[in-house]
Design a protein around this ligand. Structure first.
Ligand code: TRP
Length: 447
């Protein structure tokens, strides 16, 4: 791929929005609050912040740097620092496979969100009785495969449609609209939650750690989530970074993206727990927290219709700006290496992934060790594939890229930061993620 014809972001700002769009997603608004609730609050949040800073941020910087220096897709980028057809490029292939596996079930969950939004806007959600609302998600998952399929299809269709248009006309244009709207909606909900009785209790739950509640498995979940939330470990940030001009700084853009992602997760947590505590609900409701608890509570507050719609539109936007980046890694590879046209690559890969996603709509179907497709994909990606990709990427960056680039990093920042980054990516990050991976593999095999 020659560099003259390579697409580029309109600027640094466009890249930050698109990368933040990838990072900020269901992981922030759906997963983070329920994991925090489930793991007892403040202490988990603290560990999570620590993991973001020590493991997540360095690997994010590594991926952006590899992409922007190489100006190549997530597979070829490794050649730039090694040799032609470098064996390290396999990490990129691994990343493509894991991002498509994630996309298959991400699109199903995105479909649930769209379905909730459709129900909300057509006034069918809040008019359900409490009983029906409580069981609605379970009902949707176990008894309404067709509804699920329809929304999975709509969600995937939006994703493919945007990616098919390309980097500047598709991804950049859409994230420029989606992200600011998301920030405004979230700001609006935050102000709203400030006036709820549970606001103070929510802050206390999130920011006053009670270490007696911290368990080993919570710590491992925090490491894993720091990967998931920043979209690292699968080459997505290499692909996005490759559309950045090499003169931009990987460190400062990485820090801004991380701060935005963390901010949004915390704000989403504050809002959700403010609602939960205002109505004396349990914060440990699990994955149903957003889908079950929230609408139930929204029902009881003034302005319910507006709030509910604002909320589910926000989550839909966040999910789409993430799913487009999941598809982009594979599409940029296929269109550059296999010479497919962009629309052909986007539709072809999109439809194949959609087909795998269909299997997620049938929860009785067992795939591996007694788990259905949905759980298999969830555990395989979050607990096994991203961590492994992340370890390899981190090692590659620390041992191969850094020795060649240490002077540049030292000049751009200072020697302490440069050497810190090198040793963290050489040893600290791979080791801590390795422990988590070990546990993930055991869980995957049902041991
Ligand atoms: N970060 C996304 C979220 O929080 C999920 C995710 C993980 C992702 N890895 C990704 C999204 C890679 C896009 C690309 O929801």
């Amino acid at each position: 791929m020659n560099q003259v014809s390579r697409a580029h972001w309109g600027g640094r700002f466009a890249f930050i929005l698109a990368a933040a769009g990838s990072a900020i997603g269901l992981g922030n608004i759906w997963k983070f609050p329920y994991m925090t609730g489930h793991n007892g609050g403040g202490a988990f949040v603290l560990v999570y912040l620590f993991c973001i800073a020590v493991v997540g941020l360095p690997i994010l910087i590594a991926e952006i740097y590899i992409g922007k220096e190489a100006q190549e897709n997530a597979v070829r980028a490794f050649d730039h620092f090694d040799k032609k057809n470098s064996p390290w490029g396999k990490i990129g292939i691994w990343g493509i496979v894991s991002s498509l596996m994630l996309l298959a079930f991400y699109s199903v969950v995105g479909g649930w969100v769209m379905n909730y939004e459709f129900q909300a806007i057509s006034n069918q959600l809040l008019t359900k009785s409490d009983d029906i609302l409580t069981n609605y998600l379970g009902e949707l998952i176990t008894h309404q495969p067709l509804t699920q399929l329809i929304w999975h299809t709509v969600f995937m269709g939006c994703t493919v449609g945007i990616v098919a248009k390309g980097v500047s006309k598709g991804i950049e244009r859409w994230t420029k609209i989606l992200m600011p709207v998301l920030f405004i909606l979230l700001g609006f909900l935050l102000v709203y939650s400030f006036f709820l009785d549970g606001f103070g209790q929510s802050l206390q739950f999130l920011f006053f750690p009670d270490f007696s509640k911290l368990t080993w498995s919570a710590i491992l979940e925090a490491v894993g989530h720091s990967f998931f939330t920043l979209s690292i470990g699968m080459g997505v940030m290499i692909a996005y970074g490759s559309y950045l001009q090499p003169s931009e700084s990987a460190i400062s853009t990485g820090i801004i993206i991380t701060l935005l992602d963390t901010l949004i997760a915390l704000v989403a947590g504050i809002i959700i727990f403010a609602v939960v505590f205002s109505f004396d609900q349990s914060p440990s409701a699990g994955p149903g927290l957003m889908f079950v608890t929230l609408p139930l509570l929204f029902k009881q507050i003034p302005g319910a219709w507006i709030i509910t719609n604002a909320f589910f539109i926000l989550v839909t936007f966040a999910a789409i700006s993430s799913s487009i980046s999941l598809l982009e890694v594979a599409v940029s590879y296929a269109s550059e290496e296999k010479n497919w046209s962009r629309p052909k690559a986007a539709w072809g890969i999109g439809i194949a992934t959609w087909a795998v996603g269909i299997l997620c709509a049938f929860p009785e179907l067992t795939i591996i060790a007694g788990k259905n497709m949905f759980d298999t994909l969830d555990i395989a990606t979050s607990k096994v594939m991203f961590p492994l990709g992340g370890i390899l990427m981190s090692l590659f960056f620390g041992w191969i890229v850094m020795p060649k680039s240490i002077d540049r990093f030292a000049k751009a920042t200072n020697p302490l930061t440069a050497y810190g980054l090198m040793w963290v990516t050489r040893i600290v990050a791979p080791l801590s993620v390795g422990i988590m991976l070990f546990k993930g593999v055991k869980e995957m095999l049902g041991m």
